[in-house]
Design a protein around this ligand. Structure first.
Ligand code: GTP
Ligand code: SAM
Ligand code: SF4
Ligand code: SF4
Length: 355
């Protein structure tokens, strides 16, 4: 048996149940990045020239991913799984990965976050393999604005992907949009109307300082308060009565101004201005098998070396638990504040973490 070389961290119960941290939170939501590669270059995420991609040998195989999920579900209390990246669709073995995960975990909710480029050809196969639902990123319905934000002219492919995902039953389908001031912020009500017509839940995400270009500024980002104000031009929002249940998105019921008819819901993910770290339930594993206990962690704990050196499940679970025990309180620090003086942006961009 290969044991973690690290001693049990201070204060961690010797027989800690599941992925507990020092602040009493327990991670039950596992997010695995399948790849650091992507076919878009969204300005808030990737640089125009791309990044130095990981070599194939550095990236977890389907079998390694399946083993980690098995350990997470059987031994560590994981109750839901999200596949992300990079762009999961660039993995040629995506359908096999999902089929393998589903065969071992018949009841596990398995979702994916994707840019939907090329999805129209694969949506039905992904559903048949066992994918439960999908969240798709779409920042603009205008071809020029889409191309400006993503640096690629693929809007039509994304729209086709969304239609295919709906037809395949990858629902409830959610669309993620990041608003950039002066670029697509005026589109907020239009995007919401478009999603409501299709039974899609739109979520606006505050831009976070996780871009490879390090171009984020607190003044430049569009805040949740601004999103609500932009939407109020056409819609009335009221707090959704449902339980938030640790979710990043705060949900609102949507009605046209002056109408009582409920059109659907919209979510706002206010990671910067209205953080939700106190109830965080997420544990992340990067494409190269490193645990990131927080999206903004500067410390990573390697599971791939254990996977590849004959370690047993118990040793892997123990190292994962230790990594999560050290989870920072918020935003990778001991306090909230992505705009605080002591926040230091990580070298990892969102695409290399697994957003
Ligand atoms: N700060 C922070 N932001 C997060 C976290 N998890 C997700 N987000 C943000 O929320 C965005 C949307 O996440 P998704 O991957 O679409 O899914 P989700 O909102 O977690 O999941 P569902 O509502 O269950 O579909 C991400 O791209 C991040 O920008 C988190 O742990 N911390
Ligand atoms: C990193 S991507 C990975 C999955 C897939 N490529 C996609 O775009 O949906 C996941 C999510 O992160 C979001 N994202 C990327 N960079 C971000 C940033 N700097 N701030 C906020 N959200 C970001 C994207 O909008 C996307 O919805
Ligand atoms: S947000 Fe997603 S689609 Fe856009 S560059 Fe990052 S990983 Fe690619
Ligand atoms: S910033 Fe870190 S602690 Fe806060 S919600 Fe995200 S992952 Fe959890």
């Amino acid at each position: 048996m290969v044991l973690s070389s690290a001693p049990i961290p201070l204060g961690m119960p010797a027989r800690a149940e599941g992925l507990m941290d020092r602040f009493g939170r327990r991670a039950t939501d596992l997010r695995i990045s399948l790849t650091d590669k992507c076919n878009l270059r969204c300005s808030y995420c990737m640089p125009a020239e791309g990044l130095d991609w990981l070599r194939k040998s550095q990236v977890m195989t389907a079998v390694e991913i399946q083993r980690l999920v098995r350990i997470g579900v059987a031994d560590l209390g994981i109750r839901e799984l999200r596949l992300t990246g990079g762009e999961p669709l660039v993995r040629a073995d995506l359908v096999e990965i999902i089929a393998g995960l589903r065969a071992e975990n018949p009841e596990l909710p398995i979702s994916m976050t994707s840019n939907a480029v090329g999805l129209s050809r694969r949506a039905a196969a992904l559903k048949a393999a066992g994918l439960s639902r999908i969240n798709i990123s779409l920042d603009s319905l205008h071809a020029e604005t889409f191309a400006q934000l993503t640096r690629r002219p693929f809007l039509d492919q994304v729209l086709e992907g969304i239609e295919a995902a709906l037809s395949a039953g990858l629902t409830p389908l959610k669309v993620n949009a990041v608003l950039m001031r002066g670029v697509n912020d005026a589109e907020a009500p239009g995007l919401l109307g478009w999603c409501l017509e299709r039974g899609i839940e739109l979520r606006f995400i505050e831009q976070m300082p996780l871009d490879a270009d390090h171009g984020w500024t607190r003044e430049g980002m569009v805040t949740a308060a601004e999103v609500r104000s932009l939407l109020s031009e056409q819609f009335e929002l009221s707090t959704d009565p449902g339980d938030r249940d640790g979710a990043p998105a705060e949900r609102f019921e949507v009605r046209r101004i002056g109408s009582a008819e409920l059109l659907g819901t919209v979510g706002i993910i206010a990671s910067v201005t209205e953080p939700f770290c106190a109830d965080c339930r997420r544990t992340r594993i990067t494409a190269e098998g490193k645990v990131m206990s927080c999206l903004f962690s500067r410390e990573e704990v390697d599971l791939l070396d254990l996977l590849r050196s004959g370690a047993d499940d118990e040793a892997i679970a123990e190292r994962w638990k230790q990594a999560m025990w050290a989870k920072p309180k918020a935003h990778g620090m001991d306090h909230v504040g992505l705009d605080s003086a002591d926040y230091v942006q990580s070298d990892r961009s969102m695409s290399a973490i697994g957003g």
